[in-house]
Design a protein around this ligand. Sequence first.
Ligand code: DC
Length: 233
Amino acid sequence: MSQVNSEVSSPVITVDGPSGSGKGTICKLLAAKLGWNLLDSGALYRLTALAAKHHGVAVDDEDALQVLAAHLDVQFVINEVEEELQVILEGELVTQELRLEETGELASIVATKPGVRTALLNRQREFAQLPGLIADGRDMGTVVFPQADLKVYLDASVEERANRRYKQLINKGLDASLEVILAELIKRDERDMQRAVAPLKPAEHALVLDSTSLTIDQVLELVLEAARHKGLR
Ligand code: DC
């Protein structure tokens, strides 16, 4: 790997894309398949948003948000019984709250603040450890790991992404409205793509995949094929 950025000490595959494009699922599978580390960068923005909520910090108070982001007191613990990753923020279990739609929405607002993004930059880069890193986010290939070995941009039509989210919620026995989900996704896409700093867009030379009519296995195989091509397996 050509390493211009001395902080990047291991091979990196970045996967960026909009909400609901399936990148979370693909990144977990890739990390398991390759035996590499996984960075869920969205979780760091979600944790910053939750810390702000818990401390009563307004989402437009950039200075206070930056301090929170720089000092996130978070632990990731495997629950031995359910074999699930538990997230503890300032001593409080937030695993469920972290994944709520409203937390994603707050995270998307907090993520527009340049100070927050700067505060989280090194914490994200520290995940680049041997044998390798799969980095999931919006600006992994463009800003956080510009020297990554392979950059993937995973997309899908907004209707398909809304459908997938709708089915997930219904399968969990939860109430859901396709119309509301679609409207929220459109709003989130716009905020993530239009912000001034590190907007969501494909990195230069990224492998752009549209998963609208592909299965998870097909997407995984295409990424693994590209990784093989780069000598990453
Ligand atoms: O991937 P996610 O839904 O957990 O991300 C939540 C929000 O965090 C997303 O809408 C925008 C922000 N985010 C970001 O700005 N940059 C990243 N690398 C990851 C997430």
